[in-house]
Design a protein around this ligand. Structure first.
Ligand code: F6P
Length: 533
């Protein structure tokens, strides 16, 4: 592993000044650096990775034991060592499989819970489960982080399949979020789902209480219109939710990997059980590809290796995710948790200091909106930002096919512009045509130069169906896994969120004036005093 790392460092040094565009002198470049899995296509040819770079990166993955660790994960071994847990979100979509944890096959219980979810979802969608004022018109999912971002992102993504009640997602403890959401809803026909793996998260429990109070002003039995999703059955019972509407899962499903199971209940109610199963099937298809394709044709492995190349060897600290798909507008936020909570770690699995950087900053917005906001910096800023474009061959709006052509042309044009750039000579020719000359031509031309040589990858798929969404999400999950294995970190804990939570709890009595600011730093004490007025 150390040798592979050194070889890649040397290789990067040798190739870092060349133009990516020149690699296309080889007419087979685009084909050779495009991989496919069940109709999903990853074009990574617009990167500065050549055949030797690919060989070295694959050797890095092999040397890091990715194959063995992958087998360990899928087999139910406790690879989340700091929490002593298996990592088995993949089992949630392996419905015909068999996976053992502590000697017990976990699939039968997964299928049973899925079937219970389906029964409940059908009852809600078909009007058999009613609120105290009749058929359910609105579902409010209260959760945060992994208990919100996945289903919220997917409900938007699958809008063309949404034929159930309206779905709303409340996450922020800021009262504005729940107030704005409940405004206009009828408590008599609203179902509230409290989604929390631990059922202790303060934001979620506070919003759940607010929702119960709101419902209690209008209906006799608010708890009857609540459902819960959690690993903590004792706590959901204490909240007063009938066990028939509680959907459990095990601690080997990490929060940010949990949308495939009961955390996806609101999504299932929105799109229906059949489309939810198609989503699971897409995820499972990507699992199979990940487990069987050779590394140099394996989408998650390649995406991870490209990511490592840019972050670790080229030194690009951020990564932009740019879906040319309006319905994937929450994908960047979803990936921020998936990637940054998983791989934002400064120590290796054994507790030693990480000898290199942790995972990159992930950010983004849908194209074409981003083009009119931050692409300026991506094209002409001083830092290089590797970009990941996502694009469907077809939109759902057949009558707006001409708009889809425009969308695709913008997506392809952006990666082309990043690659090609515009030289000073080209800029000068443009300005000369406009009638400029002399010093003014020189000055104006320099502002119109694009350095180009900026890397990107493009993930292309036929249409954003439930199956394809499942493929995309599983692809990113496994990418995070591979990057984490190569970095030698535990991608499945999240201790970095704890300190802030503890300090917030301790500050509450200070802000309420029940405690003084002793022990606080000067800034925090002054801000607390400001708040207390
Ligand atoms: O922010 C930390 C975290 O634990 C996430 O990992 C998790 O997705 C989120 O909080 C919500 O946790 P829970 O589902 O237990 O409410």
């Amino acid at each position: 592993m150390r040798d592979a790392w050194a070889a890649l460092t040397a290789h990067h040094e040798a190739v870092k000044d060349r133009r990516i565009l020149d690699l296309f002198d080889d007419p087979s470049r685009a084909d050779a650096f495009t991989a496919e899995a069940d109709g999903m296509r990853l074009d990574w040819s617009k990167t500065n990775i050549d055949a030797e770079g690919r060989r070295l990166l694959v050797a890095l993955a092999e040397g890091a034991g990715v194959a063995d660790k992958r087998a360990a994960m899928f087999s139910g071994a406790k690879i989340n060592e700091t929490e002593g847990r298996a990592v088995l979100h993949t089992a949630l979509r392996d419905l015909a499989g068999s996976v053992k944890v502590d000697g017990k096959d976990v699939i039968p219980a997964i299928v049973e819970t899925l079937q219970r979810m389906e029964g409940f979802a059908r009852d809600v969608r078909e009007g058999r489960f009613t609120g105290q004022g009749g058929r359910i018109t609105d579902v409010v999912n209260i959760g945060i982080g992994g208990s919100d971002l996945g289903p919220a992102m997917a409900t938007l993504a699958l809008a063309p399949y949404h034929d159930g009640p309206r779905c709303h997602y409340v996450s922020n403890v800021d009262g504005a979020h729940i107030a704005d959401t409940l405004k206009g809803l009828n408590p008599e026909t609203t179902l509230v789902i409290v989604a929390s793996k631990t059922f202790t998260t303060i934001e979620t429990m506070t919003n759940a209480q607010t929702a119960r109070d709101w419902m209690g002003t209008a209906v006799a039995n608010p708890a009857a219109q609540f459902a819960a999703v959690s690993t903590a059955a004792d706590k959901t019972a204490a909240f007063g939710i009938d066990p028939s509407r509680v959907f459990g899962f095990e601690d080997w499903v990490g929060g940010r990997y949990s949308m495939w199971g009961p955390i996806g209940l609101a999504l299932m109610i929105a799109v229906g059980p059949d489309d939810f199963r198609a989503f699971l099937a897409g995820g499972h298809a990507m699992d199979t590809h990940f487990q069987t394709a050779p590394f140099d044709a394996n989408l998650p492995v390649l995406l991870a290796l490209v990511g490592l190349w840019h972050n670790q060897f080229c030194g690009h600290a951020t990564r932009a995710v740019l879906p040319y798909d309006q319905r994937l507008s929450r994908l960047p936020a979803y990936l921020q948790q998936l990637e940054m909570e998983s791989n934002g770690k400064r120590v290796a699995m054994d507790g030693s200091d990480l000898p290199f950087h942790s995972g990159p900053v992930v950010w983004g917005e849908p194209g074409t909106n981003g083009q009119h906001a931050f692409y300026q910096l991506i094209h002409q800023g001083t830092r290089v930002i590797p970009c990941e474009f996502l694009i469907a061959r077809q939109g759902h709006e057949a009558h707006l096919a001409h708009q889809h052509v425009l969308l695709v042309s913008n997506c392809l044009a952006q990666s082309e512009a990043l690659l090609r750039g515009r030289s000073l000579d080209e800029a000068r020719a443009i300005m000369a045509k406009k009638g400029l000359s002399g010093a003014e031509l020189d000055r104006q031309a320099r502002h119109r130069v694009f350095p180009g040589n900026r890397p990107s990858v493009t993930l292309a798929y036929d249409k954003l169906t439930p199956f394809v969404l499942g493929q995309i999400i599983a692809l990113y999950e496994h990418r995070v896994f591979v990057e984490g294995v190569i970095l030698g970190i535990n991608s499945y804990d999240q201790w970095g969120v704890e300190l802030g939570k503890e300090l917030a709890l301790a500050l509450q009595p200070v802000l309420e004036g029940r405690q003084g600011t002793e022990g606080k730093d000067g800034s925090t004490a002054a801000l607390a005093a400001w708040f207390r007025g």
